[in-house]
Design a protein around this ligand. Structure first.
Ligand code: AMP
Length: 114
């Protein structure tokens, strides 16, 4: 989508601190980190949220979760613990309407989330 900030990061029109990419997924550091490690894993294809996934998206989902694990390993948090979050719609805290998974770690997490 032409006005989507994450689509612009995916194609390189907006700079980001990219830590992983493959043919389906890009992962980059969150500009406003909430933990020592805070990376966003984003499918290259635009969709608003997990609610837009379809039956044929199994390969894409595998690529996303493979990337999440790869990022966690590269960032050195895979063994300690990782929180993976996706916010769906505004009341849940979604502010960028291109599907993304927050990968957080490097500190002890609280529950319930705020
Ligand atoms: P959410 O609020 O769940 O939609 O998450 C959106 C995240 O995108 C927030 O944590 C923002 O800090 C982050 N964000 C927004 N713009 C950028 C950007 N240009 N580069 C990196 N992260 C961004």
């Amino acid at each position: 989508m032409s006005d989507c900030i994450f689509c612009k990061i995916v194609v390189g029109d907006i700079r980001a601190d990219v830590v992983y990419s493959d043919d389906q997924v890009v992962a980059f550091r969150d500009i406003n980190p909430q933990a020592p490690v805070h990376v966003l894993v984003v499918p290259r294809r635009h969709m608003e949220s997990i609610f837009d996934l379809e039956e044929g998206d199994g390969d894409l989902l595998w690529a996303v979760f493979r990337a999440i694990r790869e990022v966690a390993e590269r960032e050195g948090i895979a063994e300690r613990g990782v929180r993976v979050v996706t916010n769906v719609r505004e009341e849940a805290g979604q502010s960028v309407f291109h599907l993304h998974f927050h990968v957080l770690g490097g500190r002890r997490m609280a529950w319930p989330p705020g």
